[in-house]
Write a protein that binds this ligand. Structure first.
Ligand SMILES: [Zn+2]
Length: 283
């Protein structure tokens, strides 16, 4: 399936080893409180030159994102007791949809994700020693026990299950009223992603499925998911919502779809693809 993954970063390439110090010509993305600093001039942008008065302490905390062409791009977290450089306003990543180019949006999400990873791995989980950036790959290394910590990625599956001219949709306990989605869940240790697809459908709805086929994937950096989308066909069983994660589960045909997730997501792309594959609407 042809799906444009909104948070896939295509515009950066990584060059290792990265320098020990923040290069003078670096392009910076400032992160604060889970949002990014945006210069809202005529052309809003997250990319900034290093201000001349940037404190040395912050320079040391700069984390490499990759090169934009020949320019090294770094992210820096500005702590709550310091203000963002002049002219920047803090914005949540999702509020930037449509305001900045899609590729820049993906870099904004990456910066927030890398800062989150950085915060969560300041100390070695095994021996408690402060970690250091590996410089030769996106990783941190413990100088004492040499443990290497990579950014956490949490693979999760989404599946569109078809039965005749209907699809299986679920209403999560915590979802807004009337909002339905597709079966989804995290892959567990010891599972293939196809196992996870079968298990999640069975657990959430009681239904057995067959013909599982991969469609598309996308990074979903809120905070660190990798969504992997599938279609499958109904095999057997009655639909029974699990009552734990899922309040209601049901078959919907194209003419009676419930409120769908926003267009931003792979979930929605799977549904739209299926709707499109149904041929012209019946009168
Ligand atoms: Zn250690």
């Amino acid at each position: 399936m042809d799906h444009k993954a909104r948070f896939a970063v295509d515009c950066l390439h990584k060059q290792y080893p990265e320098p020990d110090r923040l290069p003078g010509d670096a392009c910076l993305v400032f992160v604060r409180d889970g949002g990014v600093g945006v210069r809202k001039d005529s052309t809003p942008t997250i990319y900034q030159e290093a201000p001349p008065d940037l404190p040395e302490g912050l320079k040391k905390e700069a984390r490499y994102l990759g090169h934009r062409g020949s320019v090294p791009c770094y992210t820096i977290e500005v702590p709550a007791d310091l203000s963002l450089p002049e002219g920047l306003a803090c914005s949540g990543v999702r509020e930037l949809v449509g305001l900045i180019p899609d590729q820049e949006l993906a870099v904004a999400a990456l910066a927030v994700q890398i800062i989150d990873y950085d915060r969560n791995t300041r100390f070695c989980g095994r021996c408690g020693t402060p970690t250091e950036p590996a410089r030769t790959e996106r990783a941190k290394v413990c100088p004492s026990c040499h443990r290497i910590v990579y950014p956490r990625l949490s693979p999760a599956i989404i599946v569109l299950v078809r039965k005749g001219d209907s699809i299986l949709m679920v209403h999560g306990i915590r979802a807004p009223p009337d909002r339905y989605s597709l079966v989804a869940g995290f892959v567990e240790p010891g599972e293939t992603i196809e196992d996870a697809v079968r298990r999640e459908v069975r657990e959430e709805t009681g239904v057995a499925i067959k013909n599982i086929r991969y469609c598309a994937s996308e990074p979903w950096p809120f905070p660190d998911s990798l969504m992997i989308g599938f279609v499958a066909d109904y095999e057997s069983g009655e639909v029974v919502a699990d009552g734990v994660e899922i309040e209601n589960a049901a078959w919907f045909d194209r003419e009676h779809l419930p409120v769908l997730p926003p267009r931003l997501s792979l979930t929605r792309a799977l549904i739209d693809e299926w709707v499109g594959s149904q041929g012209p609407k019946q009168k």
